[in-house]
Design a protein around this ligand. Sequence first.
Ligand code: HPA
Length: 269
Amino acid sequence: MLEAINETISYIKKETQLHPDTAIILGTGLGKIAEEIEAEVSIPYEKIPHFPVSTVQGHDGKMIIGKYAGKEVIVLKGRFHYYEGYSMQEVTFPIRALKFLGIKNLFISNAAGGMNPEFEIGDVMFINDHINLMPNPLIGKHFPEFGARFPDMSDVYNRILIEKALEVAARQQLNAHTGTYVGVTGPTLETPKEYEYIRIIGGDAVGMSTVPEAIIAHQMGMTIFAISVITDLGIPGKIEKLTHEMVQQAAEKVTPKLVKVIEEIIAGI
Ligand code: HPA
């Protein structure tokens, strides 16, 4: 694993003069945020040694290194999901590579279904906790280079950044909440009873990503800020037949306001 990471980062370092300490993962429908980056280099995932290749519509799979809000950043446009058939080690490989590239702050975004009755489509939720219903990405051989065998998970999502994001969202008139994200494998969306179950166990939003990335990043000591865009509702009476295109479109609509939130937070760190 370390050898693979070294090959990955030496390839990336040859492509850029910059030394970013912040990275952003763009989820479904949020790829347009990448247009805000003053790109120095854009590398398709196929070219990066050991990177898996994203297979999902709406995720076009590239690493963009450049400047955003006056800061040097790495943007991962498109991510890897467990439901695509990758192992959890493959899904989270880019996060470990980012850490070894010098990334300290990780911003994660996703599209998610909302179960909290106060949520509406187009709202955002700043994640303040998660429940993992996917296989744990740390199952398997332990590599002490990445951190503890039994990582503490009492404080994964940075509270200061959440407070700041709530302030910015209020100024942008963006409906923002905080809450618990429940990570599921997918690729099926939830049945009404599954939404109900996820709500009962404490979930505010549900989706098929983010949790493995956050676990791996937290084990390595990164500062994490994660945003769900609520693209559909898993609330009794409000559940509708859902397609991936609907998820994409709902996320795209929120992008302009979300860009402002991310920009201000990055400028402030
Ligand atoms: N469930 C799971 N994943 C999702 C959803 C959902 O309702 N919406 C967007 N991603």
